[in-house]
Design a protein around this ligand. Structure first.
Ligand code: SF4
Ligand code: SF4
Length: 385
C-alpha cells in the first residue's frame, strides 16, 4: 500500500514485528522513544531500546491498594492497563529549575534555563492518558498563562496510542467518556489482535506524522473482519470495566455537600500521603523552592510537584488554611470533580483508576461520590446544615 493511499483514519494491518521498524524510524528522526517496560516487579514508562523492552506476555491485576504483574498466556505486547506512572513526568517533570542567579561585582545576573528541545515519542498511550494530556493542555497552554517548557515538549511529542483491550481493575474511563478507545490527540493508534495463531496490529493515522510513519513500514488495507475484531476488542474492554462514576450533576452535588458527614469518614481513613495526587495524570500542583550556596554567590529557584494533602501546601501568611485531613481530602476531590470545571471547563478526572490502586488504604473516588449521592436520598443537604 503506498504512502499517498494512507488517509487519516484509514485502518491498515501490520505484522507485530513491524513495531521494531516503527521504533527505529522514530529514533532516526531524533525522538527519544519512551514506552512501557518492566522494572522491579512493576510497569514503568522508560526509554525503549528495542521491541524486547516491551512487557510482552505481561498484564496487570489491580484493585484498591493493590498492583501486581500477571503473566499472560498470550504473547501480546500491550496486554496491560496502566501502571502508577503517567506521561505527565515527561511533559511536566517532577522537578525543574526555573532560574538561577549569580552574584557579580555590581549586583547579580539572572539566567533562565534554555527551553530544552527533547523530542519524545510516547509508545503505548492509553485513551485515558490521552484525555489526561488534553486536560493538562488546558492548564498549561490554553489559559491566560502558558508554560513555555511544557509547550516546547508537548508540541514536539509523537504519540503512538493503543486501544485498550485489557482494562485495569480500578479504571472507569467509560463513564468519564475517555476510553477505552482512542478517538483524538494521537499520531498513530494501534489495536493489537490475537486470534488463535494469527497475531496482527490494526493501525490508523491521526496526523500527517502518523501517515508518514505508516508509509515507511509494510502494511495492508484492513479487511472488514479485521476492523471488526479491533472494534470488538475495545467494546469488550468497555463491558469489563468494573467501576462507574455518575457524572451528571457532579459539580452541584459537591457544592451542595461541603458539610456532608462522609468527609469525616474518609478523613478517618486517609493517611494524607499524597499518593493519589502524585500518580494522577492531571494533577499539576507544585511548590517553589529557593536555595543558595554556602558562599552566597549562587541562588536557584526550583519548581517541584507538590500535593494538596499537606498542611504546608495550604500555607498562607500566618499559617495553613486547611488544617484538617477532612478539609484537605475534600479540597482534592472537589477540585477534581467540581471547581476544575469552573477553572478549565472540563473535569479533572479521566477515570484512569491510579488514585484507587495506589492509595495504601484503598480509598476509592467512585465509592466516595456514590456515598455522597446516596446520603442525599436519605438526608437532603439542607437538613444536614
Ligand atoms: S482522580 Fe484518580 S481516576 Fe481520576 S484521573 Fe486522577 S488518578 Fe485517575
Ligand atoms: S486518599 Fe489515599 S492516596 Fe490519597 S492522600 Fe489519602 S491515603 Fe494517600
Amino acid at each position: 500500500m503506498s504512502a499517498a493511499s494512507v488517509n487519516l483514519g484509514d485502518e491498515v494491518v501490520m505484522e507485530p514485528e513491524v513495531l521494531q521498524q516503527l521504533l527505529e524510524s522514530l529514533r532516526s528522526q531524533g525522538y527519544q522513544v519512551i514506552g512501557p517496560t518492566l522494572r522491579q516487579g512493576s510497569l514503568v514508562y522508560a526509554p525503549l531500546s528495542s521491541l524486547a523492552d516491551l512487557p510482552r506476555g505481561w498484564g496487570d491485576a489491580q484493585e484498591g491498594g493493590v498492583f501486581r504483574l500477571r503473566k499472560l498466556k498470550a504473547p501480546i505486547f500491550f496486554g496491560y492497563g496502566v501502571g502508577q506512572q503517567s506521561w505527565k513526568q515527561f511533559l511536566y517533570p517532577p522537578r525543574r529549575r526555573t532560574w538561577q542567579a549569580r552574584r557579580e561585582e555590581n549586583g547579580f545576573q539572572i539566567q533562565l534555563p534554555d527551553e530544552d528541545a527533547v523530542k519524545f515519542a510516547f509508545i503505548g498511550v492509553h485513551a485515558c492518558d490521552l484525555a489526561a494530556i488534553a486536560v493538562q493542555d488546558k492548564v498549561f497552554l490554553e489559559g491566560p498563562f502558558t508554560d513555555p517548557h511544557y509547550r516546547a515538549r508537548r508540541e514536539q511529542a509523537f504519540i503512538l496510542a493503543v486501544n485498550c483491550g485489557h482494562p485495569c481493575g480500578t479504571g472507569f474511563c467509560v463513564s468519564m467518556g475517555s476510553g477505552p478507545q482512542v478517538t483524538q490527540g494521537f499520531d498513530l493508534a494501534l489495536t493489537e489482535i490475537l486470534q488463535g495463531t494469527r497475531h496482527f496490529l490494526v493501525a490508523a493515522a491521526g496526523s500527517a506524522r502518523g501517515q508518514q510513519l505508516i508509509a515507511q513500514v509494510p502494511h495492508q488495507k484492513a479487511l472488514p473482519e479485521q476492523r471488526q475484531a479491533a472494534a470488538n476488542l475495545t467494546a469488550q474492554a468497555a463491558r469489563q470495566m468494573g467501576r462507574t462514576l455518575e457524572t451528571a450533576d457532579l459539580k452541584s452535588l459537591l457544592y451542595r455537600n461541603y458539610e456532608n458527614p462522609r468527609w469525616d469518614q474518609v478523613a478517618a481513613r486517609c493517611l494524607n500521603c499524597g499518593n493519589c495526587t502524585l500518580v494522577c495524570p492531571t494533577c499539576f500542583c507544585h511548590t517553589l523552592e529557593d536555595t543558595t550556596d554556602l558562599t552566597g554567590t549562587q541562588a536557584e529557584r526550583w519548581r517541584r510537584w507538590d500535593v494538596c494533602h499537606t498542611v504546608d501546601f495550604t500555607y498562607l501568611h500566618g499559617g495553613g488554611i486547611r488544617n484538617t485531613i477532612r478539609s484537605r481530602y475534600r479540597q482534592w476531590l472537589t477540585h477534581k470533580l467540581a471547581t476544575w470545571i469552573d477553572q478549565f471547563g472540563v473535569l479533572g478526572c479521566v477515570g484512569c483508576g491510579r488514585c484507587i490502586t495506589w492509595c495504601p488504604v484503598a480509598i476509592d473516588i467512585t465509592e466516595e461520590i456514590q456515598a455522597i449521592r446516596e446520603s442525599e436520598l436519605t438526608t437532603p443537604p439542607a437538613a444536614k446544615e
